[in-house]
Write a protein that binds this ligand. Structure first.
Ligand code: NAD
Ligand code: MG
Length: 296
């Protein structure tokens, strides 16, 4: 068996300053410097999701990509959704799922559109031959200094993508989800420790915490568990496409986290796997912080 050497968490992943960089949203992570580590080379599966059929939103890049790679290597078949502009990143994920020997269905589209959310679920269910897990990771974050400068368009889209799409996707999925199915949402440390330039985003992430807790209580009677992951500062396309002001990019994650660096998406994968799998059978209505030490 491979020897697991101890690693200092402060230096385990990239911990230098990032170079200043910006892309228009949603961005391609393959063009980032450094490219986020989503576990492509490191994640090892142990059949913990063998035969599961899971829909992952925001699966092309960042945290959703890390979850998708891990799920495939744990034996799950996947439906992946993302925006059409992200096809290049998504193709890489689809290839990795196939390399893991699992089925992959790619369904690009806009989650702020109710009709697409419903179609997405039906297509995932049909093409996977069932649906027993939802991992809802897609999100929008746009930093704006002053509340008066938040446009109604931004406000609406942020709520539609981050909150409304959860309702639409889960409403469509309910008739298909069997006993034992699991749902994982993606909140944020921003729900608890909100930044002044992310008011709208922080509100949506707090809404996701309430959504997760209420839905878990509602679905417990059906034998369906619902939990959330609350990431801290993670190096992803979200941050360099307007999620942070450009001047905040070089030191992103350094001062706010206890561990002194931004996290990488790969560092969240095993928590998503745990919450999706039977290993977490006594866990529901919970929020798991993966924050580099920032308290929820
Ligand atoms: P990311 O940019 O790699 O992933 C976000 C994904 O959301 C995109 O790839 C895109 O596919 C999807 N998306 C955005 N708008 C969409 C739309 N209209 N329709 C369909 N899909 C859409 O960034 P990430 O950081 O991995 O983000 C994943 C989740 O993690 C988000 O919900 C984000 O709020 C949350 N989060 C991130 C951080 C962080 O520091 N990166 C911290 C806390 C929470
Ligand atoms: Mg992306």
């Amino acid at each position: 068996m491979k020897h697991q050497s101890l690693q200092n968490p402060r230096t385990k992943y990239y911990h230098q300053d990032f170079s200043k960089q910006h892309q228009p949203a949603p961005g391609l992570q393959s063009k980032m410097d450094p490219v986020p580590d989503c576990g492509e080379k490191s994640y090892q599966g142990h059949e913990r999701l063998h035969g599961r059929k899971i829909l992952v939103t925001g699966a092309d890049s960042g945290i959703g990509r890390a979850a998708a790679i891990a799920y495939a290597r744990e034996g799950a078949d996947l439906a992946l959704t993302y925006l059409p502009d992200e096809e290049e990143d998504a193709k890489q994920v689809a290839e990795l799922v196939k390399q893991a020997g699992r089925k992959v269905v790619c369904i690009p589209g806009d989650l702020s559109n109710e009709h697409f959310c419903k179609q997405l679920v039906e297509k995932a269910h049909k093409e996977l031959g069932g649906l027993d897990g939802l991992t809802l990771v897609a999100g929008k974050q746009t930093a704006v200094e002053r509340i008066c400068d938040i446009s109604s368009e931004q406000l609406r889209k942020t709520f539609e993508i981050n909150v409304f799409s959860l309702f639409w996707v889960i409403q469509a999925a309910m008739p298909h989800l069997p006993e034992g199915a699991t749902i994982v949402t993606t909140s944020s440390v921003q729900a608890y420790e909100s930044s002044p330039n992310l008011i709208d985003y922080a509100c949506t992430k707090a809404a996701i915490v309430a959504f997760t807790q209420a839905l878990a209580k509602q679905l417990a009677a059906k034998g369906i568990r619902v939990n959330s992951v609350a990431p801290g500062p993670i190096w992803t396309a979200l941050e360099i496409t307007g999620g942070q002001p450009p001047e905040a990019i070089p030191k992103f994650g350094q001062s706010e986290s206890v561990l002194g660096r931004a996290g990488q998406p790969a560092e969240l994968a095993s928590t998503y796997v745990f919450l999706m799998s039977d290993d977490s059978s006594y866990v529901t209505a919970q929020v798991y912080g993966i924050t580099g030490g920032i308290r929820l």
